[in-house]
Design a protein around this ligand. Structure first.
Ligand SMILES: [Fe+2]
Length: 395
């Protein structure tokens, strides 16, 4: 009923139809929970395909995911699903959870492209145990797949996609490379940040998630930088990531995501890296309009992490810049963009399809502003642009 309700500053809703179980060892609750309750299908990735947890779950089928889901592969996988599947259990990162969500959607509703269906009732039940902290897919109402005809990414949005149970166990990230943890944390940070500064759709309900999660991410990644990240810090990252999934499901992501996703449609770039390309220029573009938000975040951050110092747009940009430098993520992005051919006109056409962006961005946006932000961001990475306008600007 409320699928298509948008918040205004006079009418605010909030919804989350799932449960979260978090803590060290909580993964072992999954086999207990499903034992004797019908056949289970496990969706996982190669990193966790041999994890002892899967044997304990004892699934009738194991599906190993190697990449973001695409519609054709999903449909052929689903044909082979047992009709009496009672549980779909994801143990993996964002693409793995998205695949499990797609399978569950089809088994429940007979199609992948669901939209207005309410929270699912009955089998198959969907459980997500994320092995990365960032996408928030374990708590969000979205999954992304590529279209079977044109290969373009399609975002499927429905409350029926939210896993009934998200299990956050730091065990899954204990051996993750620092760069992987940093990338995921940055994605979660941007989810919470963009929810926090969204002009109309934000609410006191989502502010609570943002003001809790943003300082936790800064604190954990600061410890990662100093090589003293603990399991408690990893758990804090997982909780912040799941908070981000709930937050973006109730509000929306903002300009950093819109621009990053447009870039991803031309370039094989990791999602968090695509966000980083635009992050500082976007934040600086609306800095003057979000000062009250920054002040609130500063107050909370000082209590959780005084060593961060004052929170400003500049210190946030500087912090993430240092993180990307330290873990060699910056060099990777520079190499990728410098060796790619990016068509800015096509990029701007893709961005223009986001009709809600102008309404929810902290400041009014005109096409020329988006163009300036896009081109300035890309120029930082010495890209070879194909736009005539950029050539003119450079001369
Ligand atoms: Fe994201």
């Amino acid at each position: 009923m409320l699928e298509n309700t948008f918040n205004t500053q006079n009418e605010m809703g909030f919804y989350y139809p799932g449960r979260i179980l978090s803590g060290a060892g909580t993964r072992n609750k999954i086999p207990e929970l499903i034992r004797g309750q019908g056949p289970a299908v496990v969706v996982t990735d190669s990193l966790f395909a041999a994890d002892p947890l899967l044997d304990d779950i004892n699934p009738v089928r194991r599906i190993t995911v190697a990449e973001e889901p695409n519609e054709t592969t999903l449909l052929s996988t689903i044909v082979e699903m047992p009709k009496d599947t009672a549980w779909v259990i994801a143990v993996g990162g964002g693409s793995t959870i998205d695949t499990a969500k797609a399978i569950a959607a089809y088994l429940r509703f007979g199609k992948l492209r669901i939209r207005d269906e309410s929270a699912a009732v009955g089998a198959p039940h969907l459980i997500a145990a994320p092995t990365t902290a960032g996408s928030g897919s374990e708590t969000s109402r979205f999954f992304i797949m590529s279209d079977k005809d044109n290969g373009k990414k399609v975002s499927i949005r429905s409350w029926a996609n939210v896993p009934e149970l998200a299990v956050l166990d730091p065990y899954f990230l204990a051996n993750s490379p620092a760069s992987t943890i940093a990338l995921g944390a940055f994605d979660a940070f941007v989810h919470l940040w963009e929810t926090f500064v969204c002009r109309n759709e934000r609410s006191p309900f989502t502010d609570a998630y943002c003001l809790s999660g943003l300082p936790q991410i800064l604190r954990a990644i600061h410890k990662l930088q100093n090589d003293n990240l603990t399991l408690e810090d990893i758990l804090a990252l997982q909780q912040a990531s799941s908070s981000g999934g709930v937050a973006i499901s109730n509000v929306r992501t903002g300009m950093v995501h819109t621009l990053g996703e447009a870039l991803s449609s031309q370039l094989k770039i990791a999602h968090p890296a695509s966000l980083f390309v635009f992050f500082p220029v976007v934040l600086r573009s609306y800095a003057s309009e979000v000062q009250d938000r920054v002040t609130q975040l500063d107050i909370v951050t000082q209590s959780v992490m005084p060593e961060f110092g004052p929170v400003t747009i500049e210190t946030l940009c500087g912090f993430w810049n240092d993180v990307f430098e330290q873990f060699n993520l910056m060099a990777d992005i520079q190499d990728l963009i410098a060796t790619s051919s990016i068509c800015t006109d096509e990029l701007l056409n893709t961005i223009a399809r986001d009709t809600v962006l102008a309404k929810e961005n902290p400041i009014d946006l005109k096409d020329k502003d988006i163009q300036w932000i896009t081109e300035t961001s890309l120029k930082r990475f010495t890209v070879s642009l194909q736009s005539d306008l950029v050539a003119a600007m450079q001369n």
